[in-house]
Design a protein around this ligand. Sequence first.
Ligand code: GRF
Length: 192
Amino acid sequence: MSGRGSNLVALLKALKNSDLAQVVLVLSNRADAPALDRARESGVAAEVLNDHRDGSEWLRRLSEHQVDLVVLAGYLKLVPADVIRVYRGRMVNIHPALLPAFGGAGMYGHHVHEAVIQSGVTHSGATVHLVDEEYDRGAILAQGRIPVLPGDTPETLAARVLEVEHRLLPEVVLHAARAGKVVPLSPVDSIA
Ligand code: GRF
């Protein structure tokens, strides 16, 4: 995580007292990320990477906590290639648009919603996808779609997309926990 951690909070709520899955570690590249406080408030280990480019540090921390599934939610740096290799098929990211549109390098935060509004598309939403070596290109696991409303600003659109994210991400994680592996929600558009 790099940011405020609202998706983390949604995940913590959804998994509270769950015997299917638990959040066991929150890792951030920034010591001041509010997500770390959200984790600590819930009694979850919260750690800061000394060097976010060092894959062996990631892997050591992830294995210390026996992490099965890595969830990127607002992590804006590149994940080291050796981490992607070890967690291939077990690392997901949430993106605030309907991929494959409006993704890729530089497409994060308000840039995404600005581009969506500028383009004139009628719908936006959120996508959960597997993480591979390219930004926002891994297999899509789930999407939630909402209309872009007349008069929407990047802020109003972002707020409505965020509500979708908060439902979609826990859904994918719980689905993976039930299946014992990361699998697409079916149909891909199941959360409206
Ligand atoms: C979300 O919009 C997510 O889609 C994007 O970064 C944001 C993180 O928000 N990847 P939060 O830190 O979970 O509140």
